[in-house]
Design a protein around this ligand. Structure first.
Ligand code: KG4
Ligand code: ZN
Length: 336
């Protein structure tokens, strides 16, 4: 039975290829259902139109299961948070349309949530929570950012990628190696058996706290072309070492900038977020750097790193506490 003073938030995420719904009660996640769309694997990347259609099929059963798993009644929900931006527009529209009609029929507030802000806030799902202010390295398929998070609502981007995102670098490297989409987790898997120092890829020289991964991508391409000329089976014979070396290069680029951001701001509470934070090499290298730099490192559990609605529900909760609501006329937006 719901207590009168409790706040129940339903979160809906549909920005890319995961349809997800979650219920949070007073900031605690009590259900989190994620339907991952497997259809894209055969195309080597997310096909926007197929993603929208799969969201259409998934959204009702996913929301229904999230509510049933939470053991609550529809009428218990106080507000609905949904991913409003950024993402694939057709995919976002499915979640936005569903959230709006549900909010309207239940006569409860609608709360637009920014997907990247929610990735940062995913660090507040589990205990012990990081203390504010903290720096968050947000690494996903579409974004790479260093964010200064002052409280659950106020955050500032200190640096971001000027071209490809870290996840894209992983996925494109994997594609060049003939691995299926999404390649990031596979590079991670093979890297565990490989030598990260076997092959060296040049690190980009980008000023400030910004990132660039397009040069790394090109250097991997040239490196593979050159070696395949000499040994047609070069990739097969060296897959583990190539994956470990590519991963090492990407992780070093990320952590060097994070260290710079910490030195510049004096902030030693460090968080990680986004799909790439599921990478084992990144997680362990961050923990190691944290010990050397005397950082308090916080890394969410795997399930809260990749796209999920728990992070949308909890961001919705903090916005609700501040009285932040969105009109039903709010529109989804592909760009942030
Ligand atoms: O945050 P996310 O689930 O979706 C976006 O908002 O983009 O991130 C997806 C990205 C993909 O590029 C995927 O390859 C990458 O995260 N990824 C990984 C790993 N797991 C997911 N990259 C490297 N190692 C992993 N274990
Ligand atoms: Zn994401």
């Amino acid at each position: 039975m719901k207590k009168k003073e409790e706040v129940y938030i339903l979160g809906i995420e549909s920005s890319c290829d995961e349809t997800s719904a979650s219920v949070c009660v007073d900031g605690k996640i009590i259900s989190n259902i994620i339907a991952t769309q497997s259809i894209h694997a055969e195309y080597g990347g997310v096909v926007p139109e197929l993603a929208s259609r799969a969201h259409m099929q998934n959204i009702v059963p996913v929301v229904d299961k999230a509510i049933k798993d939470a053991g609550i009644a529809l009428t218990d929900i106080d507000a609905i948070g949904f991913t409003q931006a950024p993402g694939l527009i057709g995919a976002l529209l499915v979640g936005a349309g569903f959230a709006k009609s549900m909010a309207m029929s239940l006569n409860i507030p609608l709360i637009a949530v920014h997907h990247m802000q929610a990735h940062v806030i995913s660090n507040l799902i589990e205990d012990p929570k990081p203390t504010f202010p903290f720096l968050c390295l947000t690494v996903s398929g579409g974004h790479t950012q260093i964010v200064l998070c002052k409280d659950p609502i106020n955050m500032e981007i200190l640096g971001e990628t000027i071209d490809d995102a870290a996840g894209e670098a992983f996925d494109k490297a994997a594609k060049m190696l003939g691995l299926p989409y999404p390649g990031g987790p596979l590079v991670d898997k093979y890297a565990q058996q490989g030598d990260p120092k076997r092959f060296l890829f040049p690190e980009p020289q980008i000023p400030d706290l910004n990132f660039s991964f397009s040069g790394v991508k090109t250097s991997i391409l040239y490196f593979l072309q050159k070696n395949i000329k000499e040994d047609a089976d070069f990739i097969n014979n060296n897959l583990n070492d190539i994956c470990a070396s590519v991963q090492h290069c990407i992780v070093q680029i990320l952590l060097k900038k994070l260290k710079k951001a910490s030195l510049q701001t004096g902030i030693k509470n460090i968080c990680l977020a986004g799909g790439v934070s599921a990478n084992k090499g990144l997680r362990s290298a961050l923990v190691e750097m944290g010990q050397k730099q005397h950082w308090k490192v916080h890394i969410p559990s795997m399930v809260y790193c990749t796209d999920n609605a728990a992070m949308i529900a909890i961001t919705g909760y903090y916005k609700h506490l501040e009285g932040m609501q969105s009109p039903l006329s709010v529109s989804a937006s592909a760009r942030g």
